[in-house]
Design a binder for this molecule. Structure first.
Ligand code: ATP
Ligand code: MG
Length: 498
């Protein structure tokens, strides 16, 4: 048995407590699966799994706080370390035997075993079939590695445990998991495993879209989503998940585009991942031009390709795809909105405040910066090296300008109506003078912006004669313009435009 250096392993106390408790009660207990793989890779595990020869009832009886709601024998043990979300609940599962999945979704029944070997045998890939015994009482920790998983981790290889054909036909989701690990870990899929996968690929059709979606999202959220999607396509998986994407393969564009639509979409997605942007931007990057193949026409005049309305077609297609994949409505709405409006850009001279305001209305304030980031993905995905050219910075500055609260009498904790009430005056220019005079004071000393102070002050100002009051009002207006100018200058500096 091969031995890796275990000294680097960082296993949280909350997790060690659980294996210790099981072992003290006379059971076997191992860390198993993804967490062992990640420990060896020096990555922080997303979650911690423990496998044991104890039964669910025995597990439950050993811990003060547990959850047991599913039919797979897994007991969720609540740890005392809830400040780290990966440690809130550690899943403790009895050794399980491989079972029949006649609906390709759930095992028909779950049966437990007394042997760790049985449990490792049912796992998907060699890199996920490692068990780690932490060792205590002076005993060194050891890794149980029946399928050379440690070597495959070292060689960056994804390989089925045992016969690939059997593994993939038992549970077709494993095919998508193979691609997911490839994208997450930067590994390659072993030749026999890939062959077995392609032989069984049509079984993906039997998998519930919710499960497919979860793996698809993990591919999208990985560091290498471009390679992930390319491999999903090459292996024949993609046509069962997002066949619409395949329509874009080889769809050439004009001179301005270095790449065909397919490659452009993948590069846009990859940039969103390089930037660590959230799921919504990544999905929008992947789908923003999905309407192009359907809208492509050759212009009779210029002989150039046109793609009129591709964003409208793209919006519909994206909605269909995301709904098929059972994404929550919020995600669907956000991504389709981004796809619909990704063509907003225009020449520097044409970027007016009105146009920017309209765009914010179209996509919503909460989405406007996502739209700008999508634009960056689009640019980089087109092969342009510069992420942030002048007109882009100008657009961003204008967004800041129209989204900020302007300096105006609207900021005051008093309005014209209230002034007329407290100062007992009629509508007329005087009301405006008083408002501007009050604004001056508040701009000088923001702490004075209380209704109590302003009402008092309004009463005093109302006694002044009009010429004097008008002078104060002018001063207020000047002060306002001065501050406005400073604020705009700050925005321009922030975006490096003159
Ligand atoms: P992650 O980093 O996403 O948590 P993981 O490998 O831990 O990756 P999980 O879904 O948490 O994946 O599953 C934990 C372990 O359970 C896996 O490492 C694997 O050993 C086993 N496993 C999970 N799903 C399957 C499956 N469909 N078929 C066989 N084994 C599976
Ligand atoms: Mg895991």
């Amino acid at each position: 048995m091969e031995q890796m250096s275990l000294s680097l392993f960082e296993i949280p106390d909350g997790v060690s407590q659980i294996t210790k408790t099981l072992k003290n009660a006379g059971f076997e207990a191992f860390l198993v699966g993804g967490c062992v793989r990640d420990l060896i890779l020096g990555k922080k595990p997303k979650d911690w799994d423990v496998t044991t020869n104890a039964t669910p009832e025995q597990i439950i009886s050993l811990f003060p706080k547990t959850f047991y709601e599913n039919s797979f024998g897994t007991v969720g043990v609540v740890t005392e370390m809830a400040e780290d979300p990966s440690l809130e609940i550690v899943e403790v599962t009895p050794y399980r035997l491989e079972t029949v999945y006649s609906d390709f979704r759930h095992p028909d029944k779950v049966s437990f075993s007394q042997n760790l070997e049985d449990d490792l045998k049912r796992r998907d890939f060699t890199i996920n079939a490692l068990a780690l015994d932490e060792g205590s009482d002076g005993k060194a920790s050891r890794i149980v590695d029946l399928y050379n998983g440690q070597k495959d981790i070292r060689d960056h290889i994804i390989r089925c445990v045992g016969d690939g054909n059997e593994r993939f036909s038992e549970d077709a989701l494993r095919m998508l998991r193979a691609v997911r690990f490839l994208a997450e870990l930067g590994f390659t899929i072993n030749k026999e495993t890939a062959d077995a996968l392609m032989l069984n690929v049509k079984l993906i059709q039997n998998i519930a879209f919710e499960r497919i979606r979860d793996e698809f999202s993990k591919i999208i959220m990985s560091d290498e989503p471009m390679i992930g999607i390319i491999m999903a396509q090459k292996l024949g998986i993609l046509r069962y998940i997002v066949p619409e994407l395949e329509e874009s393969i080889g769809v050439e564009q004009n001179q301005a585009h270095a790449f065909a639509v397919w490659e452009h979409l993948l590069r846009s997605l990859q940039h969103a991942s390089d930037k660590k942007w959230p799921l919504e931007i990544r999905l929008a990057a992947l789908f923003h031009d999905i309407g192009k193949p359907k809208s492509r026409r050759k212009s009779p005049e210029t002989g150039e390709w046109t793609f009129y309305g591709h964003e409208v077609i793209g919006e519909k297609m994206t909605r269909k795809i995301l709904e098929r994949l059972k994404y929550p409505k919020k995600v669907v709405d956000q991504v389709t909105t981004l796809v619909r409006w990704h063509m907003f850009f225009s020449d520097t001279e044409k970027i007016t405040h009105t146009a920017v305001r309209r765009m914010i209305r179209n996509v919503g304030q909460e989405n406007i910066w996502n739209l700008m980031n999508l634009r960056i993905c689009d640019r980089i995905g087109t092969g342009r090296p510069k992420e942030n050219p002048y007109r882009f910075r100008k657009y961003k500055a204008m967004i800041d300008e129209v989204m900020r609260d302007p300096v105006s009498v609207g900021m005051l904790k008093i309005d014209g109506k209230r002034i007329m009430e407290v100062a007992k005056i009629n509508p007329g220019p005087k009301v405006g003078y008083i408002l501007n005079a009050l604004l001056e004071e508040v701009l000088e000393k923001p702490a004075l912006n209380t209704s109590e102070y302003l009402e008092n002050m309004a009463k005093k100002l109302a006694i002044l004669d009009d010429t004097e009051l008008k002078k104060l009002s002018e001063k207020g207006k000047e002060k306002k313009e001065e501050i406005e100018e400073i604020e705009l200058k700050k925005i321009h500096q922030k975006h490096h435009i003159e």
